[in-house]
Design a protein. Structure first.
Length: 636
């Protein structure tokens, strides 16, 4: 045996995939990736072939797979009952996102685009919208720079731009956004990632914000390409910490002209990267409890990962031990899953957990990520978007931090043409089963007018949960908001009009945003929960909510779980009010497991209401949320 290869156990029959990969993961840099995965994957699932790397990311060619056999379902083929209409223009979302060259990009920096947040900054329980903005290489005259935008919800279907009044008119290469009350003063604060210097804006509670980046100890000594972000309480001390993924070590002031490299995508010269470039290092900031943060990335084990080129991040208690774990979608390398070791440190277990690669052991160009219990077995699953020519990834949680790739068996592996960015599990039809939306848009504007089969502006993919482990693509049935091509990047999910259905806001690149209003004819019930921590962080981020409803149309109890989380999708922030569809049930029992470890149980809560629940079980607010014009989805 070659000295470079470790001795393989002689009794593979008693070794699980996870145990074998755990024994090999430490040697993955010695063994080739193909060697490791050939040992770990059964022969019928051995890695396929990859096309030559002409472009800046792997041009993945998925092997032909038979479509999954349709299982009996009461859902398949039935009318969708919901449609999504883009109402951005009439709602007053009139700020165009500017990001890089419109027709040609010189650097990869011009391609990533921006995130968006559904963000109730004034705590009136009508969610507002924050749009991250960018810039261009040539810059803008002073005073004419594009800036991020905050739009206040007028509670009548329209929004007002309050950016200047709020003090949020910052320019630069904006990337992601996440929300959380870092100082526990009762007002959710705003964090924005940038290529360059991130920004933390403290919410003053009067409609204005103060830039406290320097005061909070978040200034960076070098130029960094910060990407996704999330607040989390990783040590459960009641103060929100901050995780920031990083993409590439890149300084535009010293970067060589990439044109000489001759990077090509399907014969078209495009911006280079990231393979071959130095990957960025993710950052974990510990909240000191006094309004400041300390970078603990090294001692917490955040730097010790196989994958790099971090983009989006999602936080969830994936092993159900009460401690938050961190999943990072990486571009062109293995994804990262930081398991919380409960002692202030993390360990990357993505490979042995089965969430690092494609079903065939290939690194993928991961973009966005979302987490939910799609099959309602009480375990949180993962969906990730990837590059064009590849499928999205769906990882089913089997428990014990073991995952099974269900991309093909679930039915979402049928689409490979478009390039996915923003993504979300959300219950579009209030049946209690999470559906999936993927927002697409090509990375290279040069593809327009070329011979390639994928345009720059692309339609979305909408998948209906068939309640049997499979999904059905229903994009064509879901209205013009889904089928109209746009160059999408970040997207966020929330009920902006308070009518009991979940809407979507999309930040597009060099284009106007979309506000996709969900119109439903189904008349199903729902419940919303907003958490207020006491011993736990004030926002309640990390709280796990379990909702149990009786008297559903199936005659069986409807049990759902979800968590309050910061960040997710692609560089974006969803509504912090957690929405559960209840089908025909008129009441529900709610159980909340707080980050502090306390559990509260509330029985027989009426459907079609927002409940603001304080740690300790006190209901601070019970609002029927009549929506616009006094109407809301749901039966009485």
């Amino acid at each position: 045996m070659s000295p470079s290869r470790p001795e393989i156990p002689s009794c593979p029959g008693i070794w699980s995939r996870r145990k074998l990969l755990r024994s090999l993961s430490a040697t993955a840099l010695v063994l080739g990736l193909e060697d490791v995965l050939a040992l770990a994957i059964p022969p019928q699932q051995a890695p396929g072939t990859m096309a030559p790397q002409q472009n800046s990311r792997p041009e993945y060619n998925a092997p032909a797979r038979p479509a999954p056999k349709a299982l009996p379902s009461a859902v398949t083929g039935t009318p969708l009952g919901v449609s999504f209409i883009d109402v951005a223009k009439q709602s007053g979302l009139n700020a165009r996102t500017i990001y890089g060259g419109e027709h040609k990009n010189k650097y990869l920096l011009e391609t990533t685009g921006c995130g968006v947040a559904f963000y109730d900054y004034d705590h009136d329980d009508w969610i507002d919208i924050f749009l991250v903005n960018g810039t261009r290489l040539e810059g803008f005259p002073k005073g004419q720079e594009p800036v991020c935008r905050l739009f206040k919800n007028n509670r009548d279907g329209t929004f007002t731009d309050v950016t200047l009044k709020a003090g949020l008119a910052r320019s630069g290469w904006g990337q992601g956004v996440c929300v959380g009350d870092y100082n526990n003063d009762g007002w959710d604060d705003l964090f924005i990632t940038y290529y360059g210097q991130n920004a933390l804006f403290r919410n003053n509670g009067d409609g204005t914000f103060t830039d406290v980046t320097a005061k909070a100890g978040l200034l960076q000594a070098t130029t960094r390409w910060n990407s996704g972000c999330a607040f989390l309480d990783y040590d459960r001390d009641g103060h929100l910490d901050l995780f920031v993924s990083n993409y590439i070590d890149f300084d535009i002031k010293t970067a060589p002209d990439p044109a000489a490299a001759g990077c090509a995508y399907k014969g078209i010269q495009v911006a280079c990267g990231p393979p071959g470039l130095q990957g960025g290092k993710n950052i974990l900031y510990h909240n000191n409890g006094d309004g400041t943060f300390t970078d603990v990335s090294e001692r917490a084990g955040i730097l010790d990962t196989i994958g790099t080129y971090g983009l989006s991040v999602a936080v969830a208690d994936l092993d159900d031990d009460g401690w938050p774990d961190i999943y990072v979608a990486n571009d062109s390398t293995a994804a990262t899953l930081y398991q919380n070791q409960k002692n202030g440190t993390f360990k990357d277990v993505a490979i042995e957990s089965g969430v690092a690669y494609s079903p065939d052991g290939k690194p993928q160009a991961g973009m966005g990520v979302s987490i939910a219990d799609f099959n309602r077995d009480g375990l949180l699953d993962i969906v990730k978007t990837n590059f064009a020519g590849d499928t999205a990834s769906l990882y089913q949680n089997l428990g014990g931090l073991n995952f099974d790739d269900r991309t093909y068996l679930s039915g979402i592996g049928i689409n490979t043409r478009y390039l996915g960015w923003g993504v979300g599990f959300f219950d579009m039809d209030n049946d209690g089963w999470p559906d999936i939306l993927i927002c697409n848009g090509h990375v290279y504007p040069e593809v327009d007018g070329s011979h390639t089969d994928a345009p720059y502006a692309e339609r979305k993919y909408l998948y209906r949960n068939l309640r049997n482990g499979q999904f059905e693509e229903v994009t064509d049935q879901a209205g013009s908001g889904m089928t109209t091509p746009v160059p999408a990047r970040g997207c966020a999910f929330g009920d902006y009009d308070n009518n009991g259905t979940v809407d979507v806001v999309v930040n597009c690149i060099n284009a106007m945003p979309q506000l996709l209003r969900c119109d439903s004819t189904l008349n199903r019930n729902w419940i919303k929960i907003r958490t207020v921590g006491v011993k736990s962080n004030r926002t309640g981020i990390g709280a796990r909510i379990k909702v149990t409803a009786q008297n559903t149309s199936s005659g069986k109890p409807l049990v759902q779980i979800d968590e309050v989380r910061s960040g997710g999708s692609y560089f974006s922030q969803n509504d912090l009010r957690i929405h559960f569809g209840l089908d025909q049930a008129k009441t529900a029992d709610v159980e909340i497991r707080w980050p502090s470890g306390q559990t509260d149980s509330l029985k027989n809560l009426d459907a079609n209401r927002l409940y603001v629940i304080q740690e300790g079980g006190k209901i601070l607010k019970s609002d029927p949320l009549r929506g616009l014009g006094g109407k809301a989805e749901g039966k009485k």
